[in-house]
Design a protein around this ligand. Sequence first.
Ligand code: SF4
Length: 168
Amino acid sequence: MKKRFATMWLAGCSGCHMSFLDLDEFLIELLTQVDLVFGPLVDTKEFPENVDLLLVEGAVANRDNLELLLKARERSKVLVSFGDCAVTGNVTALRNLSPDLSELYGGRTSFDPIVPPLLPRVFPLHHYVRVDHYLPGCPPDAGRIRTFLQALLEGRDPQLAAEQRSFG
Ligand code: SF4
C-alpha cells in the first residue's frame, strides 16, 4: 500500500522545496510508492489525518507556523526536519528580534489579520515538537534528498544513508 506523504514550508525561502523539485524523474518513481496528500503542489487547505511521512521546511516564526506544525505533528507518524532553517533556525532565526523589523511593523507585531502575529523569537522545529529525522543543508541537494527518501522508504536509516553519500 502506498504511504501518505506530505511536505510543507513554514518560515523558509522555499529553496528546500526547489531542491526537492530538482529530483526530476525520481519524483515519478517516488509517486509509485507514495500518495502526495498535502504540500505546495496540492490544493488542500487542511492538513490531513494519518500522514505517514512529512517533510517540513523552514523555522517557526509566527503563530500560524506554530499552529500548523503542532497539528501536522499530531497527524503524522514520521516528521523530517528538512533543511537548515528547520534544523537550526539558520538565517530565519535572525528575524523577529530585529528592531528594524518592529519598525517595519509600525511598532506592532503584525498587521493582523493579514499577517499572522510574530512570535518573540524564531526557533527550529525541535524546540516545539518531536522530530524523527534531520536532513540538514541550505538547501539539502537533490542527491541527498533522494538517498534519504529511498532509505526511509526501504526501512533503512535515512540520516546515515544521506551522510554516507555526502562523505562517500
Ligand atoms: Fe531557504 Fe536554506 Fe532555509 Fe532551505 S535551509 S528554506 S534553502 S534558507
